[in-house]
Design a protein around this ligand. Structure first.
Ligand code: IPE
Ligand code: IPE
Ligand code: MG
Length: 261
């Protein structure tokens, strides 16, 4: 496991997205109900958010409930929804004290009224905070988001908007993440190596990090380890390694050039 000191503060990922997975298996391993794992997972959320805020990361997105998760047993869904409410209630003070802004992505209208109300209240209370942006993906699925974007774009065309300028930036404006930068790093716990319908458009050039650690066992040191791993990668965006090295050299020269006047 890594320590905070191993992290290069100059090369932090701006946005880390996390698929928090393995709560059920964590509980089963201990002979407990799955919900016990979800409850324990809240501690990992607290640790991770605290570590991200402390490092000065700008955005962290947590996949908390997918549209596909409605297919789970009713009692588990109900337990997850009430856990969400009690967690927001318990943590709101800490969010405010730590200058954290709460945001949400996903089909919020499809959530129960009491959950929606709680989220709206927490968003309002933290809207002027300027530190870490904590994004909760709730009732989210990437294919739903893309279909919504297409529907909304189609409606705008009907209203007279032209489709000639449709490009990457235009698509972004139609996504629920329109004001959020693309993730630099995606972490998925529990050993599953799949995206489960998460941020399919936004993850186009994201570095992917998979760990066997189950979410309720995930601690600050695991988060630091993912960041250190990320910092050892070369993000080429289609270029060659040689081009990147030349680019770095010329940037260094520019920065070292004497300034006059
Ligand atoms: C992730 O843990 C939490 C949610 C999807 C809400 P799981 O509940 O998926 O745990 P496993 O994958 O069954 O172990
Ligand atoms: C993904 O985990 C969704 C969340 C973490 C909220 P799942 O456990 O639901 O994903 P699958 O079903 O194993 O792909
Ligand atoms: Mg799972």
């Amino acid at each position: 496991m890594a320590t905070k000191e191993q992290i290069n503060k100059e090369r932090l990922p701006g946005h880390v997205a996390i698929i928090m997975d393995g709560n059920g298996r964590w509980a089963k391993k201990r002979g407990n109900q799955r919900i016990f794992g979800h409850k324990e997972g809240v501690k990992s959320v607290r640790e991770t958010v605290e570590a991200a805020a402390d490092l000065g990361i700008s955005h962290i997105t947590l996949y908390a409930f997918s549209r596909e998760n409605w297919n789970r047993p009713k009692h588990e869904i109900e337990a997850l929804m009430s856990l969400l409410i009690s967690t927001i209630d318990r943590e709101i003070k800490t969010l405010i004290e730590n200058n954290i802004r709460l945001l949400c992505i996903g089909d919020i209208t499809g959530l129960p009224d009491n959950v929606r109300g709680k989220i709206a209240e927490a968003k309002k209370k933290t809207e002027n905070n300027t530190g870490l942006n904590l994004v909760l993906a709730l009732n989210y699925s990437a294919r739903w988001e893309l279909a919504e974007a297409m529907r909304n774009f189609g409606n705008d065309v009907k209203q007279g908007r032209t489709e000639d300028d449709l490009d990457n930036d235009t698509v972004k404006k139609y996504l629920t993440t329109k004001d959020i930068p693309d993730p630099d790093l995606l972490i998925r716990t529990s050993g599953e190596c799949r995206l489960s319908n998460f941020l399919l458009w936004q993850l186009a050039y994201t570095e992917l990090y998979f760990t066997e650690v189950l979410w309720p066992d995930f601690r600050k040191e695991n988060f630091y380890e993912a960041i250190v791993d990320y910092q050892n990668r070369e993000r080429r965006f289609g270029k060659t390694s040689g081009q990147l090295k030349d680019q770095n050299e010329s940037n260094k020269k520019k920065n070292n050039a004497p300034h006059y006047g």
